[in-house]
Each structure stands twice: as C-alpha cells, then as structure tokens.
Ligand binder design. Structure first.
Ligand code: SIN
Ligand code: MN
Length: 200
C-alpha cells in the first residue's frame, strides 16, 4: 500500500482491516489489565487530558520532573511486552531489523487533546515513530521543525497508520480533538493511539 505523504508524514489510510483492529484492541486491553491507564502530570503540574499506559522495555512518563522514559509503571511493575500484532505493523511498514522498545498507548476521551509537540526524548532520531489509530476519528495537526508557522491537518480514522520518519520525525504535531462516537470499535468509546518508538 502506498502512503499519502503530508509534510513527510507517511499516512497509510485504512491500513488495518476490522479484524486486525479488533485483534489490536484485545491486545491493548490485555496490556491495560496488567498496566492500567493513568493520567500523567505535565512538568507544569497540570494533568494531561489523555490517559496513558505502555508496553515494552520502557514507558513514556511525565511529572513535575519532566518528560522521560521509565522502565516501570507507576505501580512499580515492569511494562508488559509489546504485543506481536503491534510489532508486525512495525516490521511491515519500516522493514527495519531494529524493533521499538516502547509502545506508548494514549487513550482520548471526548474532551482529550494533545498539544503540538515533537517526540524528542529518544536517543536517536534516525529511527522512525509509527503511530496506529483505533476507535474514534482524530484531527491530527502537522506543523514544522520549529514551533509555530502554517500547519496542515488530516482526520485520522480507525485503522490508519502514520509513519513519522525522515523530516517528519522532528516535526511538530498534535491532536486537536476527536470526533466522539464516530467509531463503534472501542467498548468504552473514544480513541486509542499506539506509538512505537526506538528509545535507546
Ligand atoms: C503522539 O503524537 O504521541 C500521538 C499522536 C496521535 O494520537 O495520533
Ligand atoms: Mn508525538
């Protein structure tokens, strides 16, 4: 499948069929049973509107001490391993031998959003970040290598996969809002986004 390129973001529209999406939802539920979703605090002490959890050697974490990768869930347990169907998406779309060490799992409810940011807590930006959308539609905004300037937005739908590599790897991006109730995929509604990251 050839991606649609928007500002060097490779968007694979409808990459996952319904069966594949359901398999991923089950895998995420399994991770969340072992490592429950929690709401991190920003470095400024505000709770984030997304709830997060993770799988892999590392999870992404934020509190007053800043953004960072951590080897354990806030409950002290190591993160569950990254589910096989998630790794298969990485393998198929990147063709890399190297595999991600973190699958960050964001859950967006009707009010949640994610401000413009770059994923910059990893050691080597040569590795891409792969993002998988499940559930409700999300308005995904893509900007520039520095904050501000003109932006371009697309609606990401359930089953879409975005590869942020090359110039897109350090391009600002964010989620303005989701479209509540637009997908019946998640039992509790909302949206789940998986991002696969090479950390070390
Ligand atoms: C992220 O940028 O970390 C998540 C993007 C998304 O939810 O689509
Ligand atoms: Mn990001």
């Amino acid at each position: 499948m050839a991606p649609v390129m928007v500002r060097d973001f490779a968007i694979y529209d409808g990459y996952l069929d319904l069966t594949a999406q359901r398999e991923l939802v089950e895998a995420v539920q399994d991770v969340a049973r072992q490592a429950p979703f929690f709401r991190p605090q920003t470095p400024y002490g505000k709770p984030m509107s997304v709830r997060i959890t993770a799988a892999g050697k590392y999870g992404w974490f934020s509190d007053r001490s800043g953004y960072r990768y951590v080897p354990t869930h806030p409950d002290g347990q190591p993160w569950p391993s990254i589910p096989a169907p998630v790794l298969r998406i990485w393998d198929a779309l990147t063709g890399l031998e190297r595999r991600p060490e973190c699958c960050l799992i964001n859950h967006y409810d009707a009010q949640a959003k994610l401000g413009m940011h770059r994923d910059a807590d990893e050691a080597d930006f040569a590795w891409p970040v792969v993002s998988v959308s499940l559930g409700d539609d999300a308005l995904f905004r893509m900007g520039n290598p520095t904050r501000g300037g003109k932006t371009q937005s697309v609606w990401l739908r359930s089953g879409d996969v975005v590869v942020m590599g090359g110039a897109a790897r350090l391009t600002y991006h964010g989620v303005d809002r989701i479209r509540p109730g637009s997908s019946p995929l998640l039992p509790g509604g909302g949206r789940i986004n998986l991002t696969l990251r090479v950390v070390d």
